[in-house]
Structures are given as structure tokens and as C-alpha cells.
Design a protein around this ligand. Structure first.
Ligand code: KG4
Ligand code: ZN
Length: 358
């Protein structure tokens, strides 16, 4: 089935703790976007509980998709294709969106395609800023912290990644230490507004080391040691907590910026797209833009609602694939870990087809 010009594509994203659906026309025009978050479900645990995430996804998937279609003023028959996140992510969560997308595609004879979650995050920046490769991509989310060189042809090249915790994971863990709710990023940012980012001397991990890798577990431990040294969380008043939050946030932002500055020089690039949940952080945005002004590069951030997990980015990335004639079939599986640029679901299928060929 060939796609019409400016196809209308439904995107479904359920890789972690957001169930999201969106409808896009021509890969760019947002007709609707619905995100059902689960912060209340996971808040008591200070992090995502995979079993609870998939159960909640099952509860809301149909309603979220119906809302996205309703907001776009369309019914399923008016769609030209369906895109769904196939990985990486929590398998139980991914399977809910994936199974729903498969059923919808099968019942309505629609072409459908599996999308790499991180490709989705990068495409969000491309859509928002009319950006096209080549550029450097910094993916900073709850599960990933990595720098890539994105080229128009071939797979993105991994330049560096975290050796331990992701930046968003560090935000979530430090928030828990400070008695703040999940998700930790927005909570720390808000508290940090009342604090002094110079107040507590925290390390800037890896900043002087060669290469482009990151590390956040030592920084997280440094905050924990600091809290203990001061007699525990109960001994800290609001001002002291705010100082810690501001100092931690600045340490994360400065290390991310330092890595980008080095990558710009090493890779001789002048554009970086900063994507993923942590890209919503105001301090990071401020420091990255001023480094860009100083060093002569342009930092591109998607709008806030396209930084954290959403289905617009999946519909956008999926539209590009569908328009290139890429299709997946009902054997599409969910993948917990997939390097950016790889699509094991499609590679496995083509390998199988090749083996089966006479
Ligand atoms: O991209 P995302 O929604 O989900 C994943 O793919 O992981 O990222 C979620 C992460 C969480 O760790 C959350 O604490 C962090 O992004 N985050 C932030 C902010 N908003 C969300 N971190 C720092 N500052 C923020 N404003
Ligand atoms: Zn994400």
C-alpha cells in the first residue's frame, strides 16, 4: 500500500511510565497529542515499578488512543499508518502499546512500523527546529545519557555514554535522598530556584578525563555523603536542601555542557540537539545556550512537552520510515535494549527472509 502525500500517522509510545498517543500529518503538523503519566502510581516508591507501569498502561491504552483520535477529529479509517515504540524500554510496558498498535493495524489493514525510542527523541528536535543531519545529539533521559554524531546516511555514531547512572536517574535518586517526589528532575529544579548553586562543593565527574563518556554515580554518592555529614535529612532546613538541590543541578548541567563543548571541537561540529527528559531542565538550557554563544555553536532543544516521553516524536519518526517504504509485520517484538541506529526487529526479519530465499 503506497502512502498518500502528507500521510496522517498515529504514534503510540509506552516504553516507560507514560502512555502516549499522537496524530501527525505529513510528519510535522501535530493534529493531537495525549500523554497519560503515572507519577502518582510510582511516587510512593521513588522510581518506576515496572509491573505497576504495565498494569496501568493496560488500563488506559484504549482511552488514550481514542482521545488522540478524537482530539484530531478523526476515526481510525482516516489514518494512513501507525507507528509504535518497539524499544528500548521496559518490555512489559512496551508490549502494551505494541500489541494495541498491531491489533489496530491488523483490523484496519494499515501499514505499521516499529520506532526506536531514542530516534524518536532526536526527531523531536528535528521537527521542532527544522533541523536536519549532520548534527551532534545529546540524549539525556531517565535511562540514557549519550552523545552521538547523527548523519543523514547510516547509523548515528556513538561518541560517548554514561559509565553508570543516566543523568535523569541521578536526578531521581538525589530527589529521593532530599525527600522530594518522583519524578525527581522537575522537583529538584523547582527547589533549586530557592538555593545557591555555589553553596555546596560537589565534584564534576569525568570533566578532566579524555574522551566523551559521562558518570553520575559518584556525584549522587557525594550528595549522600554531604547529607550524612550534616546529620541526615531531618537536620537540614529548607534553605540547606535548596542549596544542595541547586549545587547538584549545576554539577549535572556543567558536566553535560563540558562534554558537548569538547565534542564540538573534536568532531568539528557547530550544532547540538539536546533531547530527552533532562533537556527540559532550565539550568541546562541556560548553561548550554551561553556555552554555545561563547564557543560558536547552536544548541537546539525541543519544546518542553516534546522533551519528556511523548508520542509526537514516535509518529514523526514513524512517518519518515513509512514514507521511505519501511514496514514491520505482526511478528514485531519489544526490545529492552537496542543501540541507537539498530533495529534488530527489522534486521532479524530481513536475515530470515534472506535465509528463506531460494
Ligand atoms: O525521556 P524521559 O521522559 O523518559 C525516559 O526515556 O527516560 O525522561 C525522564 C527523566 C526522569 O529521570 C526525570 O527526572 C527527568 O527526565 N526530567 C528532568 C526534568 N524533567 C524530567 N530532569 C531535570 N530537570 C527537569 N526539568
Ligand atoms: Zn524517553
Amino acid at each position: 500500500m503506497t502512502l498518500p502525500e502528507s500521510p496522517v500517522v498515529l504514534g503510540i509510545e509506552s516504553s516507560c511510565d507514560e502512555m502516549a498517543a499522537a496524530v501527525l500529518r505529513g510528519g510535522r503538523e501535530i493534529l493531537s497529542s495525549t500523554v497519560h503519566g503515572q507519577a502518582v502510581v510510582h511516587a510512593p516508591y521513588g522510581g518506576v515499578v515496572p509491573e505497576l507501569a504495565s498494569r496501568d498502561h493496560i488500563r488506559v491504552v484504549s482511552e488514550v488512543v481514542q482521545t488522540a483520535l478524537g482530539d484530531a477529529g478523526l476515526n481510525v479509517a482516516q489514518l494512513d499508518g501507525i507507528a509504535v515504540t518497539a524499544g528500548p524500554g521496559l518490555v512489559g510496558s512496551l508490549l502494551v502499546g505494541l500489541s494495541f498498535a498491531k491489533a489496530l493495524a491488523y483490523a484496519n489493514r494499515l501499514p505499521f512500523v516499529g520506532v526506536h525510542h531514542l530516534v524518536g527523541h532526536l526527531v523531536a528536535a528535528e521537527v521542532a527546529a527544522d533541523l536536519s543531519p549532520p548534527y551532534l545529539g545529546l540524549v539525556v533521559s531517565g535511562g540514557h545519557t549519550a552523545l552521538y554524531r547523527v548523519t543523514g546516511t547510516g547509523s548515528p555514531k556513538l561518541l560517548g555514554e554514561t559509565r553508570d547512572d543516566a543523568a535523569g536517574e541521578a536526578f531521581d535518586k538525589v530527589a529521593k535522598m532530599l525527600g522530594l517526589p518522583y519524578p525527581g528532575g522537575p522537583a529538584i529544579s523547582e527547589l533549586a530556584l530557592q538555593g545557591d548553586s555555589q553553596a555546596v562543593g560537589l565534584p564534576r565527574p569525568m570533566i578532566k578525563q579524555a574522551g566523551l563518556d559521562f558518570s553520575y554515580s559518584g556525584l549522587k554518592t557525594a550528595v549522600s555523603v554531604e547529607i550524612t555529614r550534616r546529620g541526615g535529612l531531618e537536620a537540614l532546613d529548607l534553605a540547606a536542601r535548596a542549596d544542595l538541590a541547586a549545587s547538584f543541578e549545576a554539577a549535572v548541567a556543567e558536566t553535560l555542557v563540558a562534554r558537548v563543548v569538547r565534542a564540538m571541537r573534536d568532531e568539528d561540529s557547530n550544532r547540538v540537539a539536546v533531547v530527552g527528559g533532562v533537556a527540559a531542565n532550565a539550568k541546562l538550557r541556560e548553561l548550554m545556550h551561553s556555552a554555545g554563544d561563547r564557543e560558536g555553536f547552536r544548541a537546539i532543544f525541543p519544546p518542553m512537552d516534546l522533551c519528556t516521553d511523548n508520542a509526537v516524536m514516535i509518529a514523526a519518526a514513524g512517518s519518515r520510515l513509512l514514507e521511505r517504504g519501511v514496514r514491520d509485520d505482526l511478528t514485531l517484538e519489544a526490545f529492552s535494549r537496542v543501540p541507537l541506529g539498530e533495529t534488530p526487529w527489522r534486521d532479524a526479519r530481513s536475515a530470515k527472509a534472506e535465509r528463506a530465499a531460494p
